[in-house]
Design a protein around this ligand. Structure first.
Ligand SMILES: Nc1ncnc2c1ncn2[C@@H]1O[C@H](COP(=O)(O)OP(=O)(O)OP(=O)(O)O)[C@@H](O)[C@H]1O
Length: 638
């Protein structure tokens, strides 16, 4: 950690002046916050020359509230710097990450700042020591497509091929580092390795080896595609040449590992977290500690702890620390200490990714998935002569679907990649449904992802959630609690949020089976039957038809009477067994079976009263002797 003053920072020694990203005016860094508060009011659409943002406010951290009509842009930010709010860090890519970005709307003490208008205070912060990565700007908005973007979006495939040839060459030199978080993720998918396996370079539209639909579907399970495709190296970092291009000071500093204190600022999905992730990767190679905090859950004390440890590391081991604080705009004002912070940081403004860059990013993902692009200028199927030994269909995508996706993503790579993921998954699962219903196996024909599919995918991409990560557990927990609390409304909401986000319906059904016994139990024993029937129904018909089965079951459970009597009693029995010291008590002889003469002679079964032979209730002990009198339904411990 760099704990020295700004005079030791190669940037700060020269850059006590910062430029307002809205009006471009230079000013002392300490004044930038108060200036921005005024400037954003005066220039709500950003500085001159930029398109007017759509009507409606853009609040920091605000998410899109619902799907747009087909074909419409779901959320658009103009290129206005006024909308370039600080980015939010994600903990996922840190080796020492202490938290993850929660989709809770800022259920922390920073709620106030979360709802506040965009200010640089929300940026990712690298205070006195290098930190990185700012929060995301508003995710909401609409607007007309700029004509220039439309033109770019309709660029011909040929021109991309030429442009990307150079990128392929560059990517060939990439080092293909492992995932920075080093997680042993079962769903992990190394995009670089996939590139190598399919013989496809980054953004190339050359045809990769045909993959069967089922293989592609499995690759898309788990983490969102955008996370899987996050580049590890600057070589794979597309666009943002003004901030980190070959000739920039920042790039040379990054390459020599002289990381200055930074605030990364820019619209959603433009690469702020990704840049921090790349810095983290690089730092590890040079034995620099990289610590990630997220302002969504970190407290001031957490920051102090990191600083203290960094000071120790520096004085005892001469080891630097980089602290990356994501979603820093979610810190409240006192936590942000804006003026002090800004005076020590360089604000790096990242821009909305242009359509060409979006195409490159999308093509890298498409190639890695082994999806073929159908060239509309060529009448024949590009796979017609290729061998596809599998009985599964290969997946093709219309070239105009890529263009449309790149264009409609409006410079947000996360939106584009998630839209791609949902489009492909939806198309593959609808095909699967057809085959299941008709009882056919897959035909060797192709699955085609069309322009309409990607438009639908984009509409749903804002509800794509991390099916392998925290969101998965947060949502199922919320559903369970809503049903337990007999809130049928909320129960349906959490169910829909999971299913619309791509959750496996059988996973939800399995949780319902558990709920039926854990929370309803004998208050309504038919709940278990309902849950098992819902599970089987989901198994038979799959999505999307099975969603209503789950909805029916969820509402039934929310309305049902609740009892945890059996659940608690069974927990008491388990606790009793687990806390038992020494050998467990023997099974009483009269309860033992005596299938042989020898066992009978040993007293097995002796004195046992066969209940059906008695018209009156039978007096008989069924517990081991030392547990006599214990009632697990009343006592917690034996
Ligand atoms: N410049 C880029 N080059 C290649 N891929 C990118 C780039 N920018 C973004 N991506 C892709 O988009 C995904 C989302 O980007 P990232 O998380 O960096 O956005 P962000 O700017 O931090 O957004 P937010 O502010 O909403 O958190 C990444 O996981 C990566 O796959």
């Amino acid at each position: 950690m760099e704990v020295s003053g700004p005079e030791d920072d190669p940037f700060l020694s020269q850059l006590h002046q910062v430029q307002c990203p809205v009006c471009q005016q230079m000013m002392p860094a300490a004044h930038i916050n108060s200036h921005l508060d005024r400037c954003l009011l005066l220039h709500p659409a950003g500085h001159a020359g930029h398109a007017e943002p759509a009507a409606g406010s853009h609040r920091a951290g605000e998410r899109a509230k619902g799907p747009s009509p087909p074909g419409a842009k779901r959320r658009r930010l103009s290129e206005s710097s006024a909308l370039k709010q600080p980015a939010t860090p994600t903990a996922a890519e840190s080796s020492e990450g202490e938290g993850e970005e929660a989709d809770d709307g800022g259920e922390t003490e920073s709620r106030e700042s979360y709802d506040a208008p965009p200010t640089p205070s929300g940026a990712r912060l690298i205070p006195d020591f290098p930190v990185a990565r700012a929060g995301s700007p508003a995710r909401k908005g609409s607007g007309k497509r700029p004509a220039a973007a439309a033109a770019a979006g309709s660029a011909s495939p040929r021109s991309w091929d030429e442009a990307e040839a150079q990128e392929e060459l560059e990517e060939a030199g990439g080092d293909g580092d492992a995932d920075a978080d080093g997680e042993d993720d079962p769903g992990h998918w190394d995009a670089d390795a996939a590139d190598a396996a399919f013989g496809t370079g980054g953004g190339s539209r050359a045809h990769p080896r045909a993959l069967a639909a089922e293989e592609i579907r499995q690759m898309l399970e788990g983490k969102p595609l955008a996370d899987k495709m996050r580049p590890d190296t600057l070589q794979d970092y597309i666009g943002q040449s003004r901030a980190v291009g070959q000739e920039t000071l920042l790039r040379s500093l990054l390459e020599t590992n002289e990381i200055p204190s930074l605030i990364l600022w820019g619209p959603p999905g433009c690469g702020k977290t990704t840049l921090a992730h790349i810095i983290a990767n690089n730092s590890k190679k040079h034995s620099i500690r990289f610590v990630t905090l997220s302002a969504t859950n970190a407290k001031t004390n957490d920051v102090r702890d990191v600083i203290k440890q960094a000071q120790n590391e520096k004085s005892f081991f001469k080891r630097k620390t980089i602290l990356f604080i994501d979603e820093i705009h979610r810190f409240n004002k006192s936590q942000q200490v804006n003026a002090a912070l800004l005076s020590r940081c360089r604000v790096i403004v990242l821009e909305k990714l242009p359509v060409e860059a979006m195409v490159t990013i999308l093509m890298r993902a498409i190639n890695s998935l082994g999806i073929h692009i159908l060239d509309s200028s060529r009448p024949t199927d590009p796979l017609s002569h290729s061998s596809n030994s599998s009985s599964e269909p290969s997946v093709l995508m219309e070239d105009k679907a890529v263009d449309t996706l790149a264009y409609l993503s409006d410079g947000d790579a996360r939106t584009g990649l998630n839209g791609l993921q949902l489009a492909v998954l939806a198309r593959l699962s609808s095909r699967k449904m057809f085959c299941k219903k008709s009882g056919q196996t897959y035909s060797p024909s192709r699955v085609l992802i069309t322009e309409n599919d990607v438009k639908e995918g984009l509409q749903r991409s804002h509800i794509l959630y991390d099916r392998a990560g925290e969101e998965h557990y947060n949502c199922i927990s919320a559903l369970h609690k809503a049903m337990r609390g007999s809130d049928q409304n909320a129960s349906l909401y959490w169910l829909a949020r999971m299913l619309e986000g791509g959750e496996d319906p059988l996973y939800v059904a399995r949780r319902l089976v558990r709920f039926a016994s854990e929370d309803i139990g004998l208050a309504d024993p038919s709940a278990l039957t309902q849950a098992v029937a819902a599970y089987q129904g989901c198994h038979f018909i799959g999505m999307p038809e099975c969603e209503v089965l789950l909805a029916q079951c969820v509402v039934y459970f929310a309305r049902a009477p609740k009892s945890i009597e059996v659940y608690s009693a069974y927990s008491n029995v388990k606790a009793c067994l687990r806390s038992h010291q020494g050998p467990l008590p023997p099974v009483p002889l009269h309860l033992r079976n005596a299938p042989t003469r020898l066992l009978k002679d040993l007293g097995y079964g002796k004195g046992y009263k066969y209940n059906p032979m008695y018209s009156e209730p039978v007096e008989q002990e069924y517990l081991p002797e030392e547990l006599r009198g214990v009632d697990f339904f009343k006592q917690r411990r034996c």
